[in-house]
Design a protein around this ligand. Structure first.
Ligand SMILES: Nc1ncnc2c1ncn2[C@@H]1O[C@H](COP(=O)(O)OP(=O)(O)OP(=O)(O)O)[C@@H](O)[C@H]1O
Ligand SMILES: [Mg+2]
Length: 322
């Protein structure tokens, strides 16, 4: 198999808070292959964003700190780079798309300039060429009247159009990896699907790898090649999307899957939700973090943490009961 574009090993990120240390990401390891989409899925507070911010070395410090791990990106350990070298990678070889386009785009600079600037900077082309390419990118993300829109400001765009502009910006430097953190959560469902379809299509064509962060198993099913399920800062199940959907092993994954509406489900019946509350990361139990909510809990689940174990063909599960 070809060497993965990104290999994260034993990543641990902690925050110092008034209530003590919070381990937001706890000994997390995963790979992303070339052209592959890895979904990271889990409830709010499970550590998805902190994982991706750690890869980009954007953890605010203090209070945060990457305490342990290796983040090999095309063979270079990002944790060993100085800030100047890291800046050459961010937005250039690794691009990001965030949920909130309004806070990611600069309100006082035209959309065209915001797309053209990194092209000019990272690729050393003239403004003229950079603007031409920005126009092509706006066309690529299906923004009508791309040429005219170059001189528009972000607030003149709808939410969906801003998100398309963010995708154009992310693609501008032809990155090797795109990290999309809940890129469509703020949009309505139809626009959400259009934008994810577009993102998938464009990354497939360019063989760009992607980490797609979501709390929606429906999104995983439609767009991911592989999936890592996070709970309480740890990966509890990981495998190809196909394997995880067909043979979900971890009770938490099964709970997430049961809460996705199906075509054949009875709309008058409420979908089962996972009972209980997400764990308090500053006071995790000694055993499995999911044990207090788990219907299959065994006595050893309360005293020991199950390790992530390969069940064959790269399908990993961390559970004593399954
Ligand atoms: N700046 C910070 N200071 C202190 N703790 C933090 C900080 N940022 C994150 N955390 C801790 O890390 C945990 C994981 O946060 P993270 O943002 O990764 O969750 P998430 O899985 O992305 O959730 P969501 O789906 O809501 O975006 C939080 O519950 C919080 O306890
Ligand atoms: Mg998040």
């Amino acid at each position: 198999m070809a060497t993965p574009v990104l290999q994260v090993s034993n990543l641990t990120t902690r925050f110092r808070t008034d209530r003590g240390d919070v381990t937001a990401v706890d000994d997390v390891s995963f790979d992303v292959g070339r052209g592959e989409t890895l979904a990271i899925v889990g409830e709010s507070g499970s550590g998805k964003s902190v994982t991706s911010m750690s890869v980009l070395r954007l953890i605010p410090s203090p209070p945060g700190r990457i305490e342990q791990g290796q983040i090999l990106f095309e063979g270079t350990d990002l944790l060993q780079l100085d800030e100047a070298d890291m800046r050459k990678i961010r937005g250039n070889r690794i691009a990001m798309i965030f949920q909130d386009s309004m806070s990611s785009l600069n309100p006082s600079i035209t959309v065209g300039k915001q797309i053209a600037e990194p092209i000019r900077l990272h690729r050393g082309v003239s403004w003229r060429e950079a603007y031409q390419e920005a126009e092509e990118l706006l066309r690529l993300v299906q923004i009508p009247d791309a040429k005219g829109r170059l001189s528009a400001y972000p607030h003149q765009f709808s939410g969906g159009m801003r998100q398309r502009a963010m995708i154009a910006m992310a693609l501008a430097c032809r990155p090797t990896l795109i990290i999309a953190d809940e890129p469509t959560t703020a949009l309505d469902v139809t626009v959400q699907a259009q934008i994810l379809d577009l993102l998938k299509e464009l990354t497939r064509k360019a063989q760009t790898s992607m980490i797609l962060i979501t709390h929606d198993m429906g999104v995983v099913a439609r767009y991911a090649d592989r999936v890592a399920v996070m709970y309480g800062g740890r990966i509890v199940e990981q495998g190809t999307a196909r394997a995880v959907f067909k043979q979900a092993s971890h009770p938490y994954t099964r709970g997430l899957l049961a809460s996705v509406p199906r075509i054949d489900s009875d709309p008058s019946q409420p979908l089962p939700a996972i009972g209980g509350m997400p764990p308090d990361l500053s006071a995790l139990p000694a055993g499995c973090a999911f044990a207090p909510r788990c219907a299959s809990v065994l006595s050893e689940c309360k005293s020991r943490r199950p390790a992530l174990t390969d069940m064959g063909s790269g399908h990993f599960n961390a559970c004593f009961a399954s």
